[in-house]
Design a binder for this molecule. Structure first.
Ligand code: URA
Length: 190
């Protein structure tokens, strides 16, 4: 599938009920040649209105998190497990995730990142393991079929509980160190 085909398929998707309420499909943003991909949960209100991931308060914090290790949203690729906003900002259901995950697989195939950062529990459970415990298992790399995965706290969780920020910043430093080791840092930095 090409990017154009994927975008067309996402825009016309009616696989689950939330597609009927969307203003925009939120596919992804950033560098389609990036070696690192950040995956969040699902669009919120602002993302649904603008058609871009992480543009609300959580997005402003994500920008700061990226900047803290010399990265930017233009240089990396950012997307979500769900491409449409679940109403009331609830957690995506398993059915919604199952209907939507194929789009993320296609994004993965087009980008072929070497490192995938799961932002929060929902992404980590969908991509790393179904029983993933974010408080206990964040910050460590897991290799699956030659691709490295790591999870850290979702920026929204950090906005709700500032005490988690120290650990999140440690995770970011771990990610930067790994990127340097993998020789992918210089091409991604600001
Ligand atoms: N939260 C997410 O998980 N993704 C977004 O795009 C915005 C908020």
């Amino acid at each position: 599938m090409t990017w154009d085909e994927l975008e067309e398929k996402c825009k016309n998707c009616t696989a689950c009920a939330i597609s009927r309420q969307r203003h925009n499909v939120v596919i992804g943003t950033g560098n389609k040649n990036s070696k690192i991909m950040f995956v969040g949960e699902a669009p919120g209100y602002h993302e649904d209105m603008q058609g871009e991931p992480f543009v609300g308060n959580a997005g402003a914090l994500l920008d700061k998190m990226l900047a803290s290790i010399g990265l930017s949203r233009q240089k990396v690729y950012i997307c979500n497990i769900l491409k449409c906003r679940p109403t009331d900002n609830r957690d995506p259901s398993y059915e919604e995730q199952a209907s939507c995950i194929g789009f993320l697989r296609e994004q993965y195939k087009l980008i072929r990142p070497m490192l995938i950062v799961c932002l929060g529990r929902i992404a980590a459970q969908a991509l790393i393991s179904p029983n993933f415990k974010i408080t206990r298992q964040r910050g460590s790399f897991v290799e699956k079929k030659g691709v490295l995965f790591i999870a850290t706290y979702h920026p929204s969780a950090l906005l709700r509980d500032e005490s988690k920020k120290k650990e999140a910043w440690e995770d970011l430093k771990t990610i930067k160190r790994k990127m340097i080791e993998m020789e992918i840092y210089d091409e991604q930095k600001l």
